[in-house]
Design a protein around this ligand. Sequence first.
Ligand SMILES: Nc1ncnc2c1ncn2[C@@H]1O[C@H](COP(=O)(O)OP(=O)(O)OP(=O)(O)O)[C@@H](O)[C@H]1O
Length: 272
Amino acid sequence: MLAMSPTLSLTAVSLWRWDAERGRERHLLRDVDWTVRPGEHWALLGANGAGKTTLMNIAGAVAHPSDGTVDVLGQRLGRVDLRELRERIGLVEARTGRAFRGRMTAADVVLTGATGSIALQRHRLDSDDCARAAALLARFGCAALADRPYDACSQGERQRVLLARALMRRPSLLLLDEPATGLDLPGREALLAAVATIAEQEPETATVTVTHHVEELPSSTTHALLLRDGVAIAAGPAHETIRGDLLSACFGTPVRVDRVGGRWLARAEAAW
Ligand SMILES: Nc1ncnc2c1ncn2[C@@H]1O[C@H](COP(=O)(O)OP(=O)(O)OP(=O)(O)O)[C@@H](O)[C@H]1O
């Protein structure tokens, strides 16, 4: 049987920028190799400044590398229209949520995902779009929020609304940039439960979740890439990479990691 072609394939990817303070180029990413296949759910872990956002910008067809090759959804960056490619990529990040103002309801915000716009373009929507929006809200425990102004939703509810929005077009790749940051415990748990449904309901979709905290990874996480100073120090199946020794190297401090009920807990080694 032929293997499915990768969702993302990065080979020897480096990205550098001019560092005016030092008067020389500085590597934000160095020689990163990374392959994400359909149905895989990756964690992208690293300390502040490790290069996670930079790598997500490349994976999301927002930025080009300085060197190396990048194939996103089978298209080589540098040879394709990035805007067309981005239409097949779902994105949940804090910035997206801040764009929705006024009296837009939660359902309206989800529906904007069908057109990939910030404004609601009702004339471009059909009954299937409305049905999918309602089904996604229900699936994420947000059915009662449909008519509530988005501004009036709690932060946790908003994140689930944004997740529903990102799934409207059944993206092949979904990027989640620190989706649980700032959520309280029930909000975080509801969001992670919602993310975990993707493995079953959208089995071809690959996801990448950026976080500093392994506690914020959904139980559906299958793989992890650990970045330190722009270098991928480990990449592979979660049970081989989300480990104390590798996370210690990644964060530069001794860390102990436990797996409980399919999730991960990390603490500084000294605290145990
Ligand atoms: N345009 C740029 N020019 C120069 N340096 C940059 C540029 N963009 C980012 N950097 C630097 O590159 C490094 C990696 O940044 P990046 O935002 O990718 O890290 P991160 O892992 O996402 O960090 P955080 O967890 O704090 O969000 C940082 O030291 C940052 O200051």
